[in-house]
Design a protein around this ligand. Structure first.
Ligand code: ADP
Ligand code: MG
Length: 272
């Protein structure tokens, strides 16, 4: 039974949930053998909510996130249901998935260098995305780029447009990644360990920015981290993952004050 191993009941998704994941199973096939990596995961994100997936490395957080737009590669076998705004993503057509990836769901990852093109200036990175997803070009695109860079806290953005990624600090690169993620006006932002590669002061600034975006733009967020201190600051609800299962989920204050599952207690005890 889905969720049967959980220490708390799985809350039911409301009808306007941005994301509703139900009994998600992900396996990878290699030489004919299917290895289960996600084993019946259920959770949802209501509009404007930030839900965190926490758990140790290899517990299945990233592939759960990638399953929202079915970016798992050919060896993956996905079962169950992942509904974005009521639309089923498991088994959806390439066209639907491209549409959702382009217009509705944006990702930010741990290391911005892997997502920014090292040979393109900031203006070029952002204008490609704006041309592709919003049909903007020329002066309109430029104005929108300045607006986006300002929004994510890049100072004097006009003077940075010709910069290449290597001319930016790690924190600035992550800000640019967030600007790119916002360029298509997403409904759901998926942040997969977005601050892990940054030093602590910069981490705090990026988290503050994400919290601000959540408050100002009503963004819904799936926030992935192995760092409980960070999750406590940004999430409304938390799903604790272990070995491809959610062992416990609930409101952030409940999980931190009254962890039910031994694994959650262990994670909390290991927190500095
Ligand atoms: P996390 O993000 O929690 O660290 P992942 O979601 O990246 O974990 O991975 C969960 C499990 O799925 C791991 O055991 C990983 O080895 C496996 N896995 C992920 N991607 C693939 C793949 N393309 N092929 C085979 N196994 C994979
Ligand atoms: Mg991961």
């Amino acid at each position: 039974m889905p969720g049967a191993s959980q220490a708390r009941p799985v809350p039911a998704a409301s009808s306007d949930a941005v994301l509703a994941v139900s009994d998600l199973r992900i396996g990878f096939r290699s030489e004919g053998v299917l290895t289960a990596a996600v084993k019946g995961v259920s959770f949802h994100i209501d509009r404007g909510e930030t839900v965190a997936l926490v758990g140790e490395s290899g517990s299945g957080k990233s592939i759960t996130a990638l399953s929202t737009v079915q970016l798992l590669g050919a060896s993956a076998e996905v079962q169950g249901s992942v509904k974005y705004a009521g639309r089923e993503m498991v088994g959806a057509s390439d066209r639907t998935l491209r549409d959702i990836r382009g217009n509705d769901i944006s990702f930010i990852f741990q290391e911005p260098m892997t997502s920014l093109n090292p040979l393109h200036t900031l203006e070029k990175q952002l204008s490609e995305s704006l041309a592709l997803h919003q049909g903007l070009s020329g002066a309109k695109a430029r104005a929108r780029i300045i607006e986006l860079l300002t929004r994510v806290g890049i100072r004097d953005p006009e003077t940075r447009l010709a910069d290449y990624p290597h001319q930016l600090s790690g924190g600035q690169r992550q800000r640019v990644m967030i600007a790119m993620a916002l360029a298509n006006g997403p409904d759901l932002l998926i942040a997969d360990e977005p601050t892990t590669a940054l030093d602590v002061t910069i981490q705090a600034q990026i988290l503050a920015l994400l919290a601000e975006l959540k408050a100002d733009e009503g963004l819904s967020m799936l926030f992935i981290s192995h760092d409980l201190g960070i999750v406590r600051r940004i999430a409304d609800r938390v799903c604790v993952m272990k070995d491809g299962e959610i062992v416990e989920q609930g409101a952030v204050e409940d999980i931190f004050a009254r962890p039910q599952h031994p694994y959650t207690r262990k994670l909390l005890a290991a927190e500095p």
